[in-house]
Design a protein around this ligand. Structure first.
Ligand code: SF4
Length: 298
């Protein structure tokens, strides 16, 4: 009998579920207002989650994606789980735009640590992708004039720093953060570390690796613009060379399953449940078998 093993933690994490439910609630209230006094625009600054299909669903409900604060004149803006920079928040408030804050509480924690470290005179090392909106939002909370480092190269070249604090982008790997810690300890006398890596990410990575090891082929589902999905695909391919990263079920080709009797499935934090269900349906169609065992790995 053929088997499909799905990582239990595949799909929406707590922060994304929360952001989607805040967006749905805001859109629902706006629909009520429309029946009454008239509707103000609802925007999200950047896509609410890194999944084009889920963003499309929200668009149908009236949540429009804009790329910059300049495009928002009035109405409401939903802040996504990555958070926004302090200056964007201030610019929106100055325009009288109502801010609906769906920043994930774990990202908020990283922002708060960055701010308090800088206020206490620590240089701040942010482990993460400097171009990622979450890292930009964390950095924006660091007080002006504080030495701020985001790369190992810059950390190695730094000099004269007496004390530094380390925070991480929530989706970073523990190993990467530890590399920063180990370099910092060699050159900076006092180092304070806040482990701001999100447990949901660690758990998803661990489960996905376990599934990838068991499966003949591994399918990683999620937006191509989703950093955590790309990272999942990377990690899984280390353990299973037949790992494919696809965005929708329609992209699953019969070749990806050729000779496979156990297919592993995982999905990034911003992949909706219905896309995972569609993938299982597509595997069933390709396999054309009556009996396929589907199980969840924990
Ligand atoms: S991955 Fe973690 S930190 Fe990021 S949104 Fe989800 S729960 Fe929050």
């Amino acid at each position: 009998m053929k088997r499909i093993i799905i990582a239990s933690s595949a799909g929406f994490c707590f922060g994304v579920k929360r952001a989607i439910s805040i967006a749905n609630e805001t859109a629902g209230k706006a629909a009520d207002e429309e029946r009454g006094a008239g509707r103000l625009p609802i925007n999200s600054l950047g896509p609410l989650i890194h999944n084009p299909q889920a963003v499309e669903e929200l668009e149908k409900k009236g949540v429009h994606v804009v790329e910059s604060v300049d495009e928002i004149a009035c109405g409401k803006v939903i802040v996504r789980s990555h958070g926004i920079t302090r200056s964007d928040g201030e610019a929106l408030a100055a325009k009288g735009v109502k801010i609906i804050d769906a920043t994930c509480p774990f990202v908020k924690k990283a922002q708060e640590h960055a701010r308090s470290l800088s206020r206490e005179g620590y240089a701040v090392i942010v482990v993460g992708d400097a171009n990622h909106p979450e890292v930009k939002s964390i950095i924006s909370y660091i007080e002006a004039g504080t030495p701020t480092i985001t790369s190992l190269a810059d950390l190695r070249e730094s000099s004269g720093i007496r004390k530094a604090g380390i925070v991480a982008q929530t989706t970073q790997s523990f190993e990467n953060m530890m590399e920063f810690v180990s370099v910092a300890l060699k050159i900076i006398p006092e180092v304070r570390v806040y482990n701001t890596i999100c447990h949901a990410t660690v758990l998803r990575q661990k489960e996905s690796v376990a599934v990838a090891r068991k499966a003949d082929a591994m399918i990683v589902l999620g937006g191509y613009n989703s950093a955590n999905t790309r990272r999942l695909a990377e990690i899984c391919s280390e353990f299973n060379p037949r790992t494919s990263h696809i965005e929708t079920a329609a992209e699953l080709s019969p070749e990806m399953l050729s000779g496979v009797s156990c297919a592993g499935v995982t999905a990034g934090a911003s992949t909706p449940e219905w896309i995972i269900e569609e993938l299982v349906g597509r595997i069933r169609t390709i396999w054309k078998e009556e009996k396929i065992q589907v199980s969840y790995y924990q």
